[in-house]
Design a protein around this ligand. Sequence first.
Ligand code: PLP
Length: 437
Amino acid sequence: MEAEEFRRCGKQMVDFVADYISNIRDRRVVPDVHPGYILELIPDQAPDEGESWEEVFKDIERVIMPGASSPACTELEMVMLDWLGKMLQLPEVFLFSSKGLGGGVIQGTASEATLVALLSARNKILSTFKTENKVGGTMEKLICYASVQAHSSVEKAGMLGGVKFCPLPVDNNLSLRGDVLQSAIEKDRAKGDIPFLVVGTLGTTNSCAFDNIKELGEVCSKENIWFHIDAAYAGSAFICPEFRHLLDGVEKADSFTMNPHKWMMVNFDCSAMWIKNRHDLVEAFNVNPIYLKHDKEGQIPDYRHWQIPLGRRFRSLKMWFVFRMFGVKGLQAHIQKHVGLAHEFEELVTKDQRFEIVFPVILGLVCFRLKGSDTLNEEVLRLINERGKITLTPTRFKEMFVIRFAVCSKNTESADIQYAWQEICYISTQVLLEGKL
Ligand code: PLP
C-alpha cells in the first residue's frame, strides 16, 4: 500500500472504530455463533491473487464482528495458520484441517516459540520418567542441543528452562550435521545426561546457513528426542517453489517456527509456530481455574494452553489483511524481488576486485568484506554506520570480521542497492586511500 492509500484506508478504519464505540449498546455483549463458524464464512486457503482493501474491509463486519473478540480471535488464528501452513506446504499433520492433533499458533517472537517448545519437551520427558517410575530423571540432567551458529534465543531458552545447553560444531557450510549430533548424544548419555531437545536452524542469523534437518530429524526420531526447527527469517521464503526444498525434512520435526513479521510484510509481532501434537503443549501449560472455564472446552483449541501469557492479541487480523491484499503470488513476488536484489548486490561486490563474498548468497543476506585485515573492515563498517546513509551489521566467519548486507525493507528497489553500493565504495576508497589499516 502506498502512503496516500494507507492514509485513506487508515481513516476509514478509524471511522469504523468510532462508529463501533458510538453504537456499542446496539450489539450483543457475548457472541451468538457456534464453534467453527469462521470457516463457513471464509475460504480454507489464501487467495492466489491480491484483493482490494474495500473487499477486505467489508468482511470485518460480516466475518469478525459476529464472533467479537472471542471466538473470532481463536478461529481466525486457526484458519490463518492453516493458510500459511498450506502456503509453506507443511505436512498435513501440522494443520488443523487434518483433524488430527496438529495445529498452529501465533507466538510473539521466535524466542518465545523456542522457549515454548523447550518447556513442552521438558515436561514431556519428565512426565515419561514419572509414568515409567524411572529413577534419575531429574531436571539438572536434561540437555538440549543446537549448532554454534544458532540464535542466542536457544541458549536463553535453556537458561530460562533450567536445563543444560550444548552448542555443537558445524561443517564448512556452517551446517549442523547428524553425525555430530549423534556422537554428542552418545557422549552425554554415557555421562548420565538426558538429551531431550534439538533445535535445528534454517537460515541462521549470522550468515543464513542451513542445518541439515533431514539428518538431525533422523537422529531425533531414533533417539526419541524433541526436534524443533527455527526458521525465523528464512521461513517466509519457503512459500516460493524454488526455495521450498530447503524445508525438506520438516516432517520429522515436532515443532516448527517462522516469523511472518520478519519477511512477509506482517507487522511485528507475529511468530507462527506449528506443533504436531497439541497435547504436548497443553499438558505443559494447562492451568484451569474456575474463572477461565467455559462450555466449549474440547470443541476448539484454548490457545491460552499453547503459550506463556493468558491474554492474547488479535494478531491473526493483520495476517488476514496482508495475505488477502497480496495474495500468494504477491507474497512470493515480494520474496523473489528481495532475493533478486541481494544477487544484484552480490554481483556488484564480485565485480570489484577489492572485495570478496564470504558465504553463498541463498536468500536476502549478503556476507562480504574488503580483502584485507579485520581492522580495515571494522573501520569501514564504523564509518558507514556513522554517516547514517545506510546501515550494515557485522558477523564473524572462520575467524574473519565480515559485513552483512540484508535486503529487508518492503520498499527496497534496485536504485537503493546501487545507492548502498556507492556509499560502501565511497567509504572503502577513503579508508584504503588513507592506507593506514
Ligand atoms: N532465530 C533466528 C534464526 C533469528 O534470526 C532471530 C532473529 O534475528 C531469532 C530467532 C529471534 O527472533 P525473535 O526476535 O522473533 O525472537
